[in-house]
Design a protein around this ligand. Sequence first.
Ligand code: ADP
Ligand code: ADP
Length: 226
Amino acid sequence: SSGLCVKDLQVEYNNGQPALGKVNFILPEHGIYTVIGPSGSGKSTLLRAVAGLLPDYAGQLLFNGKAVQDKETLIGLVPQNYGLLPWKTVRANIRTALRIARPAISDKQEVESRIQRWLTSMGISELAGRYPLSLSGGQQQRVAIARAFAIMPTILLLDEPFSALDAITREALQVLFLEHWLAHPVTALFVTHDVEEAILLGQQIIILPASKEETPDIVDNRAVFG
Ligand code: ADP
Ligand code: ADP
């Protein structure tokens, strides 16, 4: 089956308490899927599982029929705190990500022109030589999104990327993100605690319940996307 298939996913941390109940869904490739739910419902845990950051879980995580941990599946991550390396310039942050995720792109000019193209499309080409901590939150998040798209991931994971931003910056970045996604429709799982954001961005909305005994609801949001 194609797309992202989560089958009977169940996660417990060391304390033996369920962090995520039995989660089942199949999400078609090339969509944005938003994940909402109360604090503690397992949103971050779900992303961590798909990212391959959990040593242990029950169930299956497949992308186009293959385990997401396979080398063929490249995961891009946009964390809430941007996740930029503070000792590297904006340009070098993206270069490092490309080197790790896409070692096959080894031509230096090709790498630099990709970086430039992505910074330009995010409206931040003039920030290439700056260090992350000298930038505003909105600018850092633009860098983080540029970096995530630049590696051309199979699955893009976003963990409340805009929740630390003021409302105006957040709206600007929601639009920018949607524009970029429409040009490069990667399969994206987008965690948010903002219902409006979930409805704005998600073709489908995964609602994680507070209780780990209940199954998540999946709401089709096609009315918005047509
Ligand atoms: P959300 O992102 O929806 O707030 P989390 O995925 O962070 O939810 O947490 C789900 C549950 O797992 C919560 O009960 C939380 O306390 C627990 N949890 C999260 N991370 C850890 C951890 N590293 N060790 C133990 N328990 C954890
Ligand atoms: P190139 O012309 O270098 O072969 P493409 O035409 O494939 O690159 O893509 C143009 C730009 O879009 C490049 O900067 C590339 O990094 C980016 N890109 C291509 N595919 C995707 C994707 N699926 N997700 C995100 N970015 C992508």
